[in-house]
Design a protein around this ligand. Structure first.
Ligand code: NAD
Ligand code: TDX
Length: 342
């Protein structure tokens, strides 16, 4: 099979491209990525010289280029991961979230329709369901109630993909996964940010009371689910993906400090994220029963392995945190700590 993966240089995308090359060695993967601050070719160095991995730099909003690539490489399936993915950034600058996540997805769908791509996997998120109270979990039929600009843009893309199935007969499958963690995650997200700050003996900014809950899944388990959904998912269906590992943010932060033998005095409670969703929990019963997926990692093992990876790969995160990104990070980070001190 020839597959085009969008966003294949980001966190999940780069893990996915490598996962596919390992598990489907006869497939050709065309990795289509704009290389924003979050995209990094260094995540793929182990594929250097691999004739079945082709990288093309481009924007999902470029219909002509996508159509050209689909024809040139005989693309049969598209796995769509390219997105602006960070909730905090969607608060600081919403526009690019609409441009890439909403308009970009629509253009990509149109290019797939025009070229007769056989299957389109839309990688969506559990954030489309909004926030939960202390009990219950999201099923595929839970109401869609996104509350951040990021999640509203992802909900639009998710529904647009389903509309293309319904209206134009494009073969679409949608997945909605919970929070991922693992190697190569950009150090703006909770787990890697806390690890790199702790390693530098810097304060760890915990939003609000630290009681917000996320449902964590190892990125490799997500990749496995995406491959299964691509190959076996039923057309027009939505599949939730989650690992049943609900944790409060503060528990995670304390776990990271303990793994690194750093003191809890590094924890700094800062002003809450505006509109902060309180709790996510996903019910993955459908993908387990229908497609036979189950996660292989436990959260405690996965977190320990991830922390170790960041300890061992300091040059990687020091490089991705340099330059323009560093400027953004320092400004935001300093503002939060100043607010906490005020
Ligand atoms: P990421 O930010 O690490 O990577 C995004 C990638 O998309 C980058 O390589 C970037 O260069 C590329 N990209 C951005 N704009 C582009 C454009 N206009 N054209 C082409 N490429 C572009 O994100 P991630 O955490 O790996 O998430 C990947 C996907 O999975 C996203 O769609 C996200 O919504 C979804 N998702 C993420 C999580 C999570 O916990 N990280 C959970 C569920 C779903
Ligand atoms: O410095 C921080 N302090 C803090 O308390 C950061 C960066 C986060 N947090 C909290 C906010 C959330 O409750 O940690 C939790 C996780 O935050 P993020 O890592 O920013 O992830 P989240 O907002 O939950 O969204 C993620 O999961 C769903 C991904 O970024 C999305 O792309 C995905 O769709």
């Amino acid at each position: 099979m020839n597959v085009l993966v969008t966003g294949g240089c980001g966190f999940i995308g780069s893990n996915l491209v490598k996962y596919i090359r390992r598990h489907r060695p006869d497939w050709k993967v065309v990795n289509f990525d704009k290389l924003t601050y979050a995209g990094n070719l260094e995540n793929l160095t182990e594929l250097e010289g691999d004739p079945n991995h082709v990288f093309v730099r481009g924007d999902v909003g470029n219909k002509e280029l996508i159509e050209h690539l689909v024809r040139l490489h005989g693309i049969e399936a598209v796995m769509h991961l390219a997105a602006e993915s960070h909730v905090d950034r969607s608060i600081l600058g919403p526009e690019v979230f609409t441009v890439t996540n909403v308009l970009g997805t629509q253009v990509l769908l149109e290019a797939c329709r025009a070229t007769g791509v056989k299957r389109f996997l839309m990688v969506s998120t559990d954030e489309v369901y909004g926030s939960l109270g202390p009990t219950g979990s999201f099923t595929e039929t839970s109401p869609l109630q996104p509350s951040s600009v990021y999640s509203a843009s992802k909900t639009s893309a998710d529904l647009m993909a389903l509309a293309y199935e319904h209206t134009f007969g494009l073969d679409v499958v949608v997945t909605r996964c919970s929070n991922n963690y693992g190697r190569y995650q950009f150090p703006e997200k909770l787990i890697p940010l806390m690890v790199v700050n702790a390693l530098g003996d810097k304060p760890l900014p915990v939003y609000g009371d630290g009681g917000n809950v996320r449902d964590w899944l190892h990125v490799e388990d997500h990749c496995q689910a995406l491959l299964i959904a691509l190959e076996k998912g039923r057309r027009g269906e939505v599949y939730n993906i989650g690992g049943g590992a609900e944790r409060k943010n503060i528990e995670i932060v304390k776990g990271i400090l303990s793994a690194l033998s750093k003191p809890e005095t590094l924890i700094k409670y800062v002003k809450d994220r505006p509109g902060h969703d309180r709790r996510y929990a996903i019910d993955p019963a459908k993908i387990k029963a229908e497609l036979g997926w189950k996660p292989a990692h436990t959260f405690e093992q996965g977190l320990a392995e991830t922390v170790r990876w960041y300890v061992d790969n300091r040059p990687w995160w020091e490089r991705v945190m340099s330059g323009a990104y560093r400027q953004y990070f320092d400004t935001q980070y300093k503002a939060r700590l100043d607010q906490a001190a005020a």
